[in-house]
Design a protein around this ligand. Structure first.
Ligand code: FAD
Length: 450
Protein backbone atom coordinates (compact mmCIF):
# COMPACT_ATOMS: atom_id res chain seq x y z
CA UNK A 1 0.00 0.00 0.00
CA UNK A 2 1.38 3.40 -0.95
CA UNK A 3 2.30 6.06 1.54
CA UNK A 4 -0.15 8.37 -0.18
CA UNK A 5 -3.10 6.09 0.35
CA UNK A 6 -2.04 5.51 3.99
CA UNK A 7 -2.03 9.27 4.50
CA UNK A 8 -5.43 9.63 2.86
CA UNK A 9 -6.86 6.78 4.94
CA UNK A 10 -5.57 8.36 8.09
CA UNK A 11 -7.00 11.76 7.05
CA UNK A 12 -10.33 10.14 6.28
CA UNK A 13 -10.44 8.45 9.71
CA UNK A 14 -9.80 11.81 11.34
CA UNK A 15 -12.55 13.53 9.39
CA UNK A 16 -15.25 10.85 9.31
CA UNK A 17 -16.27 11.53 12.90
CA UNK A 18 -16.89 15.20 12.08
CA UNK A 19 -20.60 15.78 11.67
CA UNK A 20 -19.98 19.08 9.94
CA UNK A 21 -18.36 17.32 6.98
CA UNK A 22 -20.19 15.30 4.35
CA UNK A 23 -18.24 12.80 2.22
CA UNK A 24 -18.87 11.88 -1.41
CA UNK A 25 -17.02 8.65 -1.97
CA UNK A 26 -18.57 7.04 -5.00
CA UNK A 27 -15.81 6.69 -7.66
CA UNK A 28 -18.08 8.37 -10.22
CA UNK A 29 -18.49 11.36 -7.84
CA UNK A 30 -14.72 11.52 -7.36
CA UNK A 31 -14.20 11.65 -11.12
CA UNK A 32 -17.09 14.06 -11.81
CA UNK A 33 -16.05 16.48 -9.10
CA UNK A 34 -12.43 16.47 -10.25
CA UNK A 35 -13.34 18.04 -13.60
CA UNK A 36 -14.45 21.43 -14.83
CA UNK A 37 -15.13 22.73 -18.35
CA UNK A 38 -11.50 22.34 -19.48
CA UNK A 39 -12.65 20.23 -22.41
CA UNK A 40 -13.11 23.47 -24.41
CA UNK A 41 -9.33 23.20 -24.80
CA UNK A 42 -7.99 20.15 -26.67
CA UNK A 43 -4.59 20.94 -25.12
CA UNK A 44 -5.91 20.72 -21.56
CA UNK A 45 -8.05 17.68 -22.31
CA UNK A 46 -4.89 15.66 -22.82
CA UNK A 47 -3.11 17.10 -19.80
CA UNK A 48 -5.92 16.69 -17.30
CA UNK A 49 -7.61 13.46 -18.32
CA UNK A 50 -6.10 11.40 -15.45
CA UNK A 51 -6.42 13.85 -12.53
CA UNK A 52 -8.69 12.69 -9.71
CA UNK A 53 -9.35 13.61 -6.08
CA UNK A 54 -8.84 11.02 -3.33
CA UNK A 55 -11.66 12.47 -1.24
CA UNK A 56 -14.50 14.89 -1.90
CA UNK A 57 -15.76 16.70 1.19
CA UNK A 58 -18.61 19.18 1.68
CA UNK A 59 -18.32 21.29 4.85
CA UNK A 60 -21.62 22.45 6.35
CA UNK A 61 -20.30 25.75 7.71
CA UNK A 62 -17.17 27.86 8.10
CA UNK A 63 -16.17 26.15 11.36
CA UNK A 64 -16.16 22.82 9.47
CA UNK A 65 -13.94 24.43 6.78
CA UNK A 66 -11.46 25.30 9.53
CA UNK A 67 -11.42 21.72 10.84
CA UNK A 68 -10.96 20.37 7.30
CA UNK A 69 -8.09 22.79 6.63
CA UNK A 70 -6.45 21.83 9.93
CA UNK A 71 -6.65 18.11 9.16
CA UNK A 72 -5.29 18.53 5.60
CA UNK A 73 -2.48 20.70 6.91
CA UNK A 74 -1.50 18.22 9.63
CA UNK A 75 -1.55 15.31 7.14
CA UNK A 76 0.10 17.45 4.40
CA UNK A 77 -2.68 16.61 1.95
CA UNK A 78 -3.48 19.03 -0.94
CA UNK A 79 -6.87 20.73 -0.87
CA UNK A 80 -8.61 22.17 -3.93
CA UNK A 81 -11.73 24.28 -3.47
CA UNK A 82 -14.60 23.80 -5.91
CA UNK A 83 -17.65 26.01 -6.48
CA UNK A 84 -19.88 24.93 -9.37
CA UNK A 85 -16.96 23.63 -11.44
CA UNK A 86 -17.72 25.71 -14.55
CA UNK A 87 -14.19 27.11 -14.88
CA UNK A 88 -12.53 26.64 -18.26
CA UNK A 89 -8.88 25.98 -17.50
CA UNK A 90 -8.93 23.05 -15.10
CA UNK A 91 -8.99 25.65 -12.36
CA UNK A 92 -10.50 23.30 -9.79
CA UNK A 93 -8.95 20.07 -11.11
CA UNK A 94 -6.78 18.58 -8.32
CA UNK A 95 -3.48 18.10 -10.16
CA UNK A 96 -1.95 16.26 -7.22
CA UNK A 97 -5.10 14.53 -5.97
CA UNK A 98 -5.94 14.94 -2.28
CA UNK A 99 -9.17 16.59 -1.13
CA UNK A 100 -11.67 18.49 -3.25
CA UNK A 101 -13.73 20.75 -0.99
CA UNK A 102 -17.21 21.70 -2.19
CA UNK A 103 -18.53 25.13 -1.18
CA UNK A 104 -22.19 24.42 -2.00
CA UNK A 105 -23.35 24.52 1.65
CA UNK A 106 -21.70 27.87 2.34
CA UNK A 107 -24.39 30.00 0.77
CA UNK A 108 -25.64 32.44 3.37
CA UNK A 109 -26.13 36.06 2.30
CA UNK A 110 -24.89 37.65 5.49
CA UNK A 111 -25.64 41.30 4.96
CA UNK A 112 -26.72 44.01 2.51
CA UNK A 113 -25.85 47.54 3.51
CA UNK A 114 -29.02 49.51 2.64
CA UNK A 115 -27.09 52.76 2.09
CA UNK A 116 -24.06 51.61 0.06
CA UNK A 117 -25.53 48.44 -1.47
CA UNK A 118 -22.45 46.46 -0.41
CA UNK A 119 -23.33 42.79 0.00
CA UNK A 120 -21.55 40.23 2.18
CA UNK A 121 -22.08 36.68 1.01
CA UNK A 122 -20.61 33.21 1.47
CA UNK A 123 -18.74 31.76 -1.54
CA UNK A 124 -21.04 28.86 -2.42
CA UNK A 125 -24.05 31.10 -3.05
CA UNK A 126 -25.19 30.60 -6.66
CA UNK A 127 -24.86 33.85 -8.58
CA UNK A 128 -28.38 33.47 -9.89
CA UNK A 129 -29.79 33.24 -6.34
CA UNK A 130 -27.66 36.15 -5.21
CA UNK A 131 -28.69 38.33 -8.15
CA UNK A 132 -32.39 37.48 -7.68
CA UNK A 133 -32.14 38.22 -3.97
CA UNK A 134 -30.40 41.53 -4.64
CA UNK A 135 -33.08 42.47 -7.17
CA UNK A 136 -35.74 42.03 -4.50
CA UNK A 137 -33.81 44.72 -2.62
CA UNK A 138 -33.45 47.06 -5.62
CA UNK A 139 -29.85 46.04 -6.41
CA UNK A 140 -28.12 43.66 -8.85
CA UNK A 141 -24.68 42.16 -9.40
CA UNK A 142 -22.42 44.41 -11.46
CA UNK A 143 -20.55 41.64 -13.29
CA UNK A 144 -21.73 38.14 -14.17
CA UNK A 145 -20.29 35.33 -16.28
CA UNK A 146 -22.62 33.88 -18.91
CA UNK A 147 -22.70 30.82 -16.59
CA UNK A 148 -24.37 33.01 -13.94
CA UNK A 149 -27.29 30.58 -13.51
CA UNK A 150 -24.99 27.85 -12.15
CA UNK A 151 -21.69 29.51 -11.13
CA UNK A 152 -20.93 30.34 -7.49
CA UNK A 153 -19.91 33.82 -6.42
CA UNK A 154 -16.72 32.50 -4.79
CA UNK A 155 -15.78 30.64 -7.98
CA UNK A 156 -16.39 33.76 -10.07
CA UNK A 157 -14.13 35.97 -7.96
CA UNK A 158 -11.45 33.26 -7.64
CA UNK A 159 -11.54 32.07 -11.24
CA UNK A 160 -13.52 34.45 -13.45
CA UNK A 161 -12.64 37.80 -14.93
CA UNK A 162 -15.67 39.64 -16.29
CA UNK A 163 -18.60 39.13 -18.62
CA UNK A 164 -22.11 40.54 -18.64
CA UNK A 165 -21.71 44.06 -17.20
CA UNK A 166 -18.09 44.48 -18.39
CA UNK A 167 -19.23 47.15 -20.89
CA UNK A 168 -20.06 49.34 -17.87
CA UNK A 169 -17.99 47.88 -15.02
CA UNK A 170 -14.79 46.60 -16.62
CA UNK A 171 -13.23 43.56 -14.99
CA UNK A 172 -13.33 41.89 -11.58
CA UNK A 173 -9.78 42.91 -10.72
CA UNK A 174 -10.52 46.61 -11.31
CA UNK A 175 -10.46 48.44 -7.97
CA UNK A 176 -13.92 48.95 -6.49
CA UNK A 177 -15.60 45.57 -7.07
CA UNK A 178 -14.12 43.36 -4.34
CA UNK A 179 -14.23 45.27 -1.06
CA UNK A 180 -13.14 42.61 1.41
CA UNK A 181 -12.83 38.91 2.12
CA UNK A 182 -13.08 36.48 4.99
CA UNK A 183 -10.42 33.82 4.55
CA UNK A 184 -9.47 30.58 6.30
CA UNK A 185 -5.77 29.83 6.22
CA UNK A 186 -4.23 26.44 5.50
CA UNK A 187 -2.33 25.78 8.71
CA UNK A 188 -2.33 23.25 11.54
CA UNK A 189 -4.31 25.84 13.46
CA UNK A 190 -6.19 27.70 10.73
CA UNK A 191 -6.95 31.36 11.26
CA UNK A 192 -10.17 33.01 10.11
CA UNK A 193 -9.08 36.42 8.86
CA UNK A 194 -10.97 39.46 7.63
CA UNK A 195 -9.07 41.13 4.80
CA UNK A 196 -9.73 44.71 3.67
CA UNK A 197 -9.89 45.45 -0.07
CA UNK A 198 -6.18 46.08 -0.59
CA UNK A 199 -5.26 42.71 0.93
CA UNK A 200 -8.19 40.87 -0.66
CA UNK A 201 -6.95 41.73 -4.18
CA UNK A 202 -4.20 39.11 -3.95
CA UNK A 203 -6.89 36.38 -3.75
CA UNK A 204 -8.94 37.84 -6.60
CA UNK A 205 -8.48 35.52 -9.62
CA UNK A 206 -5.87 33.36 -7.82
CA UNK A 207 -7.68 30.02 -8.47
CA UNK A 208 -7.95 29.30 -4.72
CA UNK A 209 -4.18 28.87 -4.44
CA UNK A 210 -3.62 31.35 -1.62
CA UNK A 211 -6.50 31.07 0.84
CA UNK A 212 -9.93 29.53 1.31
CA UNK A 213 -12.50 32.27 0.85
CA UNK A 214 -15.40 31.90 3.29
CA UNK A 215 -17.13 35.26 2.67
CA UNK A 216 -16.92 38.08 0.12
CA UNK A 217 -17.83 41.76 0.33
CA UNK A 218 -18.85 43.10 -3.06
CA UNK A 219 -20.13 46.36 -4.48
CA UNK A 220 -23.47 46.08 -6.33
CA UNK A 221 -25.39 48.29 -8.78
CA UNK A 222 -28.95 49.60 -8.81
CA UNK A 223 -31.25 47.02 -10.40
CA UNK A 224 -32.36 47.60 -14.01
CA UNK A 225 -34.91 45.57 -16.00
CA UNK A 226 -32.67 45.07 -19.01
CA UNK A 227 -34.22 44.99 -22.47
CA UNK A 228 -32.98 42.52 -25.14
CA UNK A 229 -32.19 43.74 -28.66
CA UNK A 230 -30.84 41.86 -31.69
CA UNK A 231 -29.48 43.97 -34.56
CA UNK A 232 -28.44 42.56 -37.94
CA UNK A 233 -25.83 44.49 -39.94
CA UNK A 234 -25.03 43.95 -43.62
CA UNK A 235 -21.26 44.34 -43.40
CA UNK A 236 -18.67 43.51 -40.74
CA UNK A 237 -17.30 47.06 -40.82
CA UNK A 238 -20.79 48.50 -40.18
CA UNK A 239 -21.36 46.04 -37.36
CA UNK A 240 -18.09 46.95 -35.60
CA UNK A 241 -18.77 50.67 -36.12
CA UNK A 242 -22.27 50.34 -34.62
CA UNK A 243 -20.91 48.28 -31.72
CA UNK A 244 -18.40 51.01 -30.90
CA UNK A 245 -21.00 53.76 -31.37
CA UNK A 246 -23.28 52.04 -28.84
CA UNK A 247 -20.41 51.49 -26.41
CA UNK A 248 -19.32 55.15 -26.62
CA UNK A 249 -22.85 56.55 -26.27
CA UNK A 250 -24.59 57.74 -23.10
CA UNK A 251 -26.97 54.76 -23.30
CA UNK A 252 -27.03 52.53 -20.22
CA UNK A 253 -25.82 49.11 -21.41
CA UNK A 254 -25.24 45.75 -19.71
CA UNK A 255 -23.99 43.80 -22.72
CA UNK A 256 -22.93 44.42 -26.34
CA UNK A 257 -21.91 41.28 -28.25
CA UNK A 258 -21.13 40.88 -31.95
CA UNK A 259 -21.27 37.51 -33.72
CA UNK A 260 -19.97 36.90 -37.21
CA UNK A 261 -22.69 35.59 -39.53
CA UNK A 262 -21.49 31.94 -39.91
CA UNK A 263 -21.85 31.50 -36.14
CA UNK A 264 -25.57 32.27 -36.19
CA UNK A 265 -26.64 28.98 -37.74
CA UNK A 266 -25.09 27.12 -34.78
CA UNK A 267 -26.96 28.99 -32.10
CA UNK A 268 -29.98 27.31 -30.49
CA UNK A 269 -33.25 27.65 -32.41
CA UNK A 270 -34.85 29.85 -29.76
CA UNK A 271 -32.31 32.57 -30.59
CA UNK A 272 -34.09 33.34 -33.88
CA UNK A 273 -33.35 32.74 -37.57
CA UNK A 274 -29.89 33.35 -39.02
CA UNK A 275 -30.14 36.08 -41.63
CA UNK A 276 -27.51 37.23 -44.10
CA UNK A 277 -26.02 39.77 -41.69
CA UNK A 278 -23.71 39.79 -38.67
CA UNK A 279 -25.60 40.07 -35.37
CA UNK A 280 -25.27 42.41 -32.45
CA UNK A 281 -26.87 41.36 -29.17
CA UNK A 282 -27.56 44.05 -26.58
CA UNK A 283 -28.93 44.37 -23.08
CA UNK A 284 -30.01 47.97 -22.74
CA UNK A 285 -31.96 49.96 -20.15
CA UNK A 286 -35.59 50.64 -21.17
CA UNK A 287 -34.86 54.35 -21.65
CA UNK A 288 -32.08 53.53 -24.13
CA UNK A 289 -34.05 51.44 -26.65
CA UNK A 290 -35.09 54.36 -28.88
CA UNK A 291 -31.53 55.72 -28.91
CA UNK A 292 -30.14 52.35 -30.00
CA UNK A 293 -32.81 52.30 -32.74
CA UNK A 294 -31.58 55.71 -33.92
CA UNK A 295 -27.95 54.50 -34.04
CA UNK A 296 -29.01 51.30 -35.85
CA UNK A 297 -30.91 53.36 -38.47
CA UNK A 298 -27.79 55.47 -39.03
CA UNK A 299 -25.86 52.25 -39.82
CA UNK A 300 -28.60 50.81 -42.08
CA UNK A 301 -29.05 47.96 -39.60
CA UNK A 302 -32.22 46.03 -38.79
CA UNK A 303 -33.24 45.99 -35.12
CA UNK A 304 -35.47 43.36 -33.49
CA UNK A 305 -36.82 44.16 -30.07
CA UNK A 306 -36.93 40.91 -28.08
CA UNK A 307 -38.54 42.54 -25.06
CA UNK A 308 -37.52 42.57 -21.40
CA UNK A 309 -35.33 39.79 -20.03
CA UNK A 310 -37.04 36.93 -18.19
CA UNK A 311 -34.47 36.06 -15.56
CA UNK A 312 -36.65 33.26 -14.18
CA UNK A 313 -36.65 31.40 -17.51
CA UNK A 314 -34.04 28.87 -18.57
CA UNK A 315 -32.31 30.88 -21.30
CA UNK A 316 -32.06 34.39 -22.58
CA UNK A 317 -29.96 36.52 -24.87
CA UNK A 318 -27.23 36.43 -22.18
CA UNK A 319 -26.78 32.73 -22.84
CA UNK A 320 -25.62 33.46 -26.39
CA UNK A 321 -22.67 35.59 -25.30
CA UNK A 322 -19.21 35.34 -23.74
CA UNK A 323 -18.12 31.72 -23.59
CA UNK A 324 -21.67 30.50 -24.19
CA UNK A 325 -21.07 31.29 -27.86
CA UNK A 326 -18.21 28.79 -27.75
CA UNK A 327 -20.45 26.30 -25.95
CA UNK A 328 -23.14 26.48 -28.66
CA UNK A 329 -20.69 26.10 -31.54
CA UNK A 330 -18.93 23.19 -29.83
CA UNK A 331 -22.29 21.49 -29.21
CA UNK A 332 -22.83 21.52 -32.98
CA UNK A 333 -19.22 20.69 -33.87
CA UNK A 334 -16.69 19.86 -31.11
CA UNK A 335 -13.75 20.36 -33.46
CA UNK A 336 -13.84 24.09 -32.65
CA UNK A 337 -11.98 25.67 -29.78
CA UNK A 338 -11.37 29.33 -28.91
CA UNK A 339 -9.03 32.14 -27.86
CA UNK A 340 -9.45 35.21 -25.68
CA UNK A 341 -7.84 38.59 -26.33
CA UNK A 342 -8.13 42.33 -26.14
CA UNK A 343 -7.99 43.69 -29.69
CA UNK A 344 -5.62 46.53 -30.57
CA UNK A 345 -6.96 49.74 -32.07
CA UNK A 346 -7.97 50.16 -34.86
CA UNK A 347 -9.67 46.80 -34.41
CA UNK A 348 -10.74 46.31 -38.03
CA UNK A 349 -7.15 46.47 -39.28
CA UNK A 350 -5.97 43.77 -36.85
CA UNK A 351 -8.95 41.51 -37.62
CA UNK A 352 -8.48 41.92 -41.38
CA UNK A 353 -4.81 40.98 -41.06
CA UNK A 354 -5.65 37.82 -39.12
CA UNK A 355 -8.53 36.96 -41.45
CA UNK A 356 -6.18 37.23 -44.44
CA UNK A 357 -3.79 34.72 -42.87
CA UNK A 358 -6.28 32.32 -41.23
CA UNK A 359 -9.39 32.54 -43.46
CA UNK A 360 -12.45 30.83 -42.04
CA UNK A 361 -10.44 28.77 -39.54
CA UNK A 362 -11.18 31.80 -37.36
CA UNK A 363 -14.72 33.08 -36.69
CA UNK A 364 -15.09 36.40 -34.91
CA UNK A 365 -17.03 36.85 -31.69
CA UNK A 366 -16.55 40.25 -30.03
CA UNK A 367 -17.58 41.68 -26.66
CA UNK A 368 -17.50 45.41 -25.89
CA UNK A 369 -15.77 46.06 -22.55
CA UNK A 370 -14.57 49.01 -20.51
CA UNK A 371 -10.83 48.79 -20.04
CA UNK A 372 -9.14 51.43 -17.91
CA UNK A 373 -12.03 53.78 -18.56
CA UNK A 374 -12.22 53.35 -22.36
CA UNK A 375 -14.49 51.25 -24.54
CA UNK A 376 -12.46 48.45 -26.08
CA UNK A 377 -13.28 45.28 -27.98
CA UNK A 378 -12.47 41.93 -26.45
CA UNK A 379 -12.51 38.96 -28.83
CA UNK A 380 -13.31 35.32 -28.12
CA UNK A 381 -12.79 34.04 -31.67
CA UNK A 382 -13.74 30.49 -32.48
CA UNK A 383 -10.79 28.55 -33.82
CA UNK A 384 -10.88 25.43 -35.96
CA UNK A 385 -8.66 22.97 -34.06
CA UNK A 386 -5.93 21.11 -35.87
CA UNK A 387 -2.86 20.74 -33.62
CA UNK A 388 -0.96 22.52 -30.81
CA UNK A 389 1.66 23.95 -33.20
CA UNK A 390 -0.92 25.70 -35.37
CA UNK A 391 -2.66 27.05 -32.28
CA UNK A 392 0.68 28.43 -31.08
CA UNK A 393 1.27 29.98 -34.51
CA UNK A 394 -2.16 31.62 -34.43
CA UNK A 395 -1.52 33.03 -30.95
CA UNK A 396 1.80 34.46 -32.12
CA UNK A 397 0.08 36.05 -35.11
CA UNK A 398 -2.50 37.62 -32.78
CA UNK A 399 0.29 39.04 -30.60
CA UNK A 400 2.10 40.30 -33.71
CA UNK A 401 -1.10 42.04 -34.75
CA UNK A 402 -1.04 43.85 -31.38
CA UNK A 403 -3.63 41.85 -29.42
CA UNK A 404 -3.19 41.13 -25.71
CA UNK A 405 -3.78 37.41 -25.38
CA UNK A 406 -5.33 35.61 -22.38
CA UNK A 407 -4.46 32.03 -23.25
CA UNK A 408 -7.27 29.61 -22.31
CA UNK A 409 -5.11 26.55 -23.03
CA UNK A 410 -2.84 26.72 -19.97
CA UNK A 411 -3.14 25.73 -16.33
CA UNK A 412 -1.52 28.49 -14.30
CA UNK A 413 -2.94 31.79 -13.12
CA UNK A 414 -0.07 33.68 -14.70
CA UNK A 415 -0.01 31.99 -18.11
CA UNK A 416 -3.76 32.46 -18.53
CA UNK A 417 -3.35 36.13 -17.60
CA UNK A 418 -0.70 38.62 -18.56
CA UNK A 419 2.10 36.05 -18.30
CA UNK A 420 3.80 37.77 -15.38
CA UNK A 421 4.07 36.68 -11.75
CA UNK A 422 2.05 38.80 -9.30
CA UNK A 423 4.29 39.09 -6.23
CA UNK A 424 1.29 39.91 -4.02
CA UNK A 425 -0.39 36.62 -4.92
CA UNK A 426 2.76 34.70 -4.05
CA UNK A 427 3.22 36.64 -0.79
CA UNK A 428 -0.40 35.89 0.17
CA UNK A 429 0.25 32.19 -0.44
CA UNK A 430 3.33 32.35 1.78
CA UNK A 431 1.19 33.91 4.49
CA UNK A 432 -2.04 31.88 4.19
CA UNK A 433 -0.77 28.56 2.81
CA UNK A 434 2.87 28.28 3.87
CA UNK A 435 3.16 24.58 3.00
CA UNK A 436 1.80 25.15 -0.52
CA UNK A 437 -1.13 22.73 -0.17
CA UNK A 438 -3.90 24.79 -1.78
CA UNK A 439 -4.59 23.81 -5.41
CA UNK A 440 -0.93 22.93 -6.07
CA UNK A 441 0.48 23.45 -9.56
CA UNK A 442 -1.66 26.46 -10.47
CA UNK A 443 0.44 29.39 -9.22
CA UNK A 444 3.63 29.54 -11.27
CA UNK A 445 5.11 32.27 -9.08
CA UNK A 446 5.03 29.88 -6.11
CA UNK A 447 6.95 27.19 -7.96
CA UNK A 448 9.49 29.75 -9.21
CA UNK A 449 10.05 31.63 -5.93
CA UNK A 450 13.62 31.78 -4.80
C1 FAD B 1 -20.05 28.25 -21.21
C2 FAD B 1 -19.15 29.01 -20.28
C3 FAD B 1 -19.25 30.40 -20.23
C4 FAD B 1 -18.41 31.13 -19.36
N1 FAD B 1 -18.50 32.50 -19.36
C5 FAD B 1 -17.69 33.22 -18.53
C6 FAD B 1 -17.76 34.64 -18.50
O1 FAD B 1 -18.58 35.27 -19.15
N2 FAD B 1 -16.90 35.29 -17.68
C7 FAD B 1 -16.01 34.63 -16.85
O2 FAD B 1 -15.27 35.28 -16.11
N3 FAD B 1 -15.96 33.28 -16.84
C8 FAD B 1 -16.76 32.57 -17.65
N4 FAD B 1 -16.72 31.19 -17.64
C9 FAD B 1 -15.87 30.52 -16.64
C10 FAD B 1 -16.66 30.20 -15.33
O3 FAD B 1 -17.95 29.76 -15.64
C11 FAD B 1 -16.80 31.40 -14.42
O4 FAD B 1 -15.59 32.00 -14.13
C12 FAD B 1 -17.54 31.03 -13.12
O5 FAD B 1 -17.80 32.20 -12.40
C13 FAD B 1 -16.77 30.08 -12.22
O6 FAD B 1 -17.59 29.82 -11.08
P1 FAD B 1 -17.64 28.35 -10.46
O7 FAD B 1 -18.49 28.40 -9.23
O8 FAD B 1 -18.05 27.36 -11.48
O9 FAD B 1 -16.12 28.19 -10.07
P2 FAD B 1 -15.20 26.87 -10.07
O10 FAD B 1 -14.99 26.43 -11.48
O11 FAD B 1 -15.78 25.87 -9.14
O12 FAD B 1 -13.86 27.45 -9.45
C14 FAD B 1 -13.11 28.41 -10.13
C15 FAD B 1 -11.81 28.63 -9.35
O13 FAD B 1 -12.14 29.25 -8.12
C16 FAD B 1 -11.60 28.53 -7.03
N5 FAD B 1 -12.54 28.68 -5.90
C17 FAD B 1 -13.87 28.42 -5.89
N6 FAD B 1 -14.39 28.73 -4.70
C18 FAD B 1 -13.38 29.19 -3.93
C19 FAD B 1 -13.27 29.63 -2.58
N7 FAD B 1 -14.33 29.67 -1.77
N8 FAD B 1 -12.06 29.99 -2.10
C20 FAD B 1 -10.95 29.95 -2.90
N9 FAD B 1 -11.01 29.53 -4.16
C21 FAD B 1 -12.19 29.15 -4.68
C22 FAD B 1 -11.47 27.11 -7.52
O14 FAD B 1 -10.47 26.40 -6.81
C23 FAD B 1 -11.09 27.35 -8.97
O15 FAD B 1 -9.71 27.55 -9.06
C24 FAD B 1 -17.51 30.45 -18.52
C25 FAD B 1 -17.43 29.05 -18.57
C26 FAD B 1 -18.24 28.35 -19.44
C27 FAD B 1 -18.14 26.86 -19.45
Amino acid sequence: MSLVSDTIKSLRRTLLVDEGLEFLEDPSDLRRLSRDCFDYSPVLQDQLAGCCADLVVRPRDVAAVERLAAACSRHQVPLTVRGAGTGNYGQCVPLEGGVVMLTAELQTIRNLDPISGVVTVEPGCAMRDLDQWLRRHGRQLRLLPSTWRSASIGGFVSGGSGGIGSIRWGFLRDPGHLLGLEVVTMENRPQRLTLPAHQAEALNHAYGTNGIITALQLATAPAVDWHQLAIDCKTWDDAVALMLACGRSAISLHLVTLLEQPLLQHLPKWSGPAGAGHRLLLLVSPDGVSSVQRLADAHAAELRDLGPEDLNGGNGLRELTWNHTTLHLRSADPSWTYLQMLLPQPELVAMARLRQRWGDALLWHLEAVRQQGSVRLAALPLVRWSDPQRLEQLMNDCRDAGAVLFNPHVLTVEDGGLGVVDADQVAAKQRFDPAGLLNPGKLRGWAERS
